[in-house]
Design a protein around this ligand. Structure first.
Ligand code: ATP
Ligand code: MG
Length: 203
């Protein structure tokens, strides 16, 4: 059979992150990209001990994994993968995408990332392999679409996302100061943070 008659490929979004904690910015970004790019599914992939952040304390992988499961469980289009956590050690996007492409032979991968992080991709060594593994989608806040000379246009897109002012660092700082994170993260994640006493200086 020729290529034209082959099965239509699934369109799989990949949202990598520390998710410490996962928040509504992540969820809105995934939902917005899924809609604009007609994705069949978005898989959230919490990192192992991330090298960019290894100088800081990152919450245990199981806590970050469970918060991501709690946050995504009600959306039939969202799922969570343990591949980066189970591989162990620092997470490299190439490994994530390589493993996911083996597990999802019949899918086109769309890697969703902050536009700032995407700009850094230019500085990585294995960009050619990355671009062969996935289409890259940089999310920006409205009005901040970046012109990116040097990024291959057919492999990189930008999407404006509302609610981008939310960050995990701010959520952690709020919890540490006894300020609320209600409505910044899903209700179940507020409760989980409380239950596990995450982000408290005394915790
Ligand atoms: P931190 O504040 O610790 O850097 P973060 O909020 O950026 O955390 P990460 O887990 O590092 O969260 O982010 C995972 C991915 O989600 C990254 O690609 C990041 O650019 C993107 N992202 C983070 N916050 C938002 C947001 N508010 N809207 C859209 N994308 C986001
Ligand atoms: Mg960040």
């Amino acid at each position: 059979m020729g290529e034209q008659t082959g099965p239509v490929k699934r369109r799989l979004g990949v949202m990598g992150g520390t998710f410490d904690p996962v928040h509504h910015g992540h969820l809105v970004a995934a939902s917005e990209v899924a809609s604009q790019f007609h994705l069949d599914e978005v898989v959230f992939v919490p990192t192992g001990q991330p090298w960019q952040k290894s100088h800081k304390l990152v919450s245990p992988a199981e806590d970050r994994y469970l918060m991501t499961v709690i946050a995504t469980a009600s959306n039939p289009q969202f799922s969570v993968s343990r591949i980066d956590i189970d591989r162990g050690g620092p997470t490299y996007t190439t490994d994530t995408l390589r493993d996911l492409s083996v597990l999802n032979e019949n899918a086109d991968l769309f890697f969703i990332t902050g536009a700032d992080a995407l700009a850094q991709i230019l500085t990585w060594r294995d960009t050619e392999e990355l671009f062969s593994l996935a289409h890259f989608i940089g999310v920006t806040r409205p009005g901040h679409i970046l012109a990116n000379p040097g990024l291959p246009e057919d492999r990189v897109s930008f999407v404006e996302v509302p609610a981008l002012a939310i960050s995990s660092s701010d959520c952690r700082a709020r919890v540490a100061q006894g300020e609320p994170v209600w409505y910044l993260v899903p209700d179940g994640v507020v409760r989980y943070i409380d239950k596990r006493k995450l982000y408290r200086h005394d915790g």
